[in-house]
Design a protein. Structure first.
Length: 279
């Protein structure tokens, strides 16, 4: 936050450096000075013309002409010098209230604008520091805490289902089966939980999608005949049982839900083709 504030202050300062001179010493209206100068020059020209006419008509002498001519040149030089003075005085404090207002309000407006539209928390080093990656030990510790909590809350079916999924993810299939078994009332109402339970039972027994695992698949199909995870397992179970017809039917029903060209799509199509050729 401190570093950002410094950069922001420098930007505001740069803007003020550009704006304040103009506002503080606002330009004088040069039209009046220019008009006055032009009028004076016209008068000098007229006076010079009159002087030259009077000299030609011998109204004045050579000495008087030169003296008057010298006086006119002196006054003309003074007018030129006066133009330099005008330029030096071309700035005057006509906008000082505006300059003071900007000096006070521009930094305040910048801060308020950032607080309203920006994200100050994003500048906090605690928020910008890389987040610690979870390790296997961290995950195991979380699962252990969940298991301990379930021992004191045995009626929490959602907690048991979560613990079952956690054990399954860690490859602890026997413990996953035990946790799922405590939540069967809940699992029987959810096709995704039934499919996960079926997979866990198959992995724990090492006998594939048979017996109780197949029962969970059948329950899931009754709840949702188009459930993608269940259709995949049902096809695999039928293929294991040598029932190519039903295996093909389940996987062909699954194909519209799979991203075309994906790895799963290619695997399903290859499996379907092999089973069709084997029939």
């Amino acid at each position: 936050m401190t570093q950002f504030a410094i950069y922001a202050a420098l930007v505001v300062f740069a803007a003020l450096v550009l704006l304040l001179p103009v506002l503080w010493f606002g330009k004088r209206n040069k039209a009046t000075a220019a008009d006055r100068k032009e009028a004076n020059l016209a008068i000098f020209r007229d006076q010079l013309a009159d002087l030259e006419r009077e000299f030609k008509e011998e109204v004045i002498s050579q000495e008087e002409f030169e003296q008057a001519h010298t006086e006119l040149k002196r006054r003309l030089l003074e007018e030129v010098d006066g133009e330099t003075d005008d330029r030096a005085a071309a700035w005057r404090p006509t906008s000082r209230p505006t300059a003071v207002a900007l000096l006070l309000l521009l930094p305040l407006a910048a801060i308020l604008g950032y607080l309203l539209l920006g994200n100050p928390k994003a500048l906090d080093p605690a928020n910008t520091a890389p987040q610690k990656q979870m390790t296997a030990d961290d995950i195991n510790a979380m699962v252990a805490r969940l298991a301990a909590r379930m021992e004191t809350n045995p009626d929490d079916l959602n907690g048991w289902a979560m613990l079952g999924r956690s054990y399954k993810m860690l490859g602890r299939y026997d413990e996953a089966v035990a946790a799922y078994g405590k939540a069967e009332t809940l699992i029987d109402q959810d096709p995704e939980l039934l499919a996960s339970y079926a997979e866990t039972l198959a992995m724990a027994s090492g006998k594939g999608l048979t017996g109780k695992a197949k029962e969970q698949i059948d329950k899931a199909l009754k709840l949702d005949p188009k459930h993608a995870h269940t259709l995949f397992l049902a096809g695999a179970a039928a293929m294991e049982a040598g029932d190519a017809k039903n295996a093909i039917a389940y996987w062909e029903a699954l194909l519209p839900q799979v991203e075309p060209g994906s790895e799963l799509d290619q695997m399903l199509r290859a499996g379907i083709e092999q089973m069709k050729q084997a029939k």
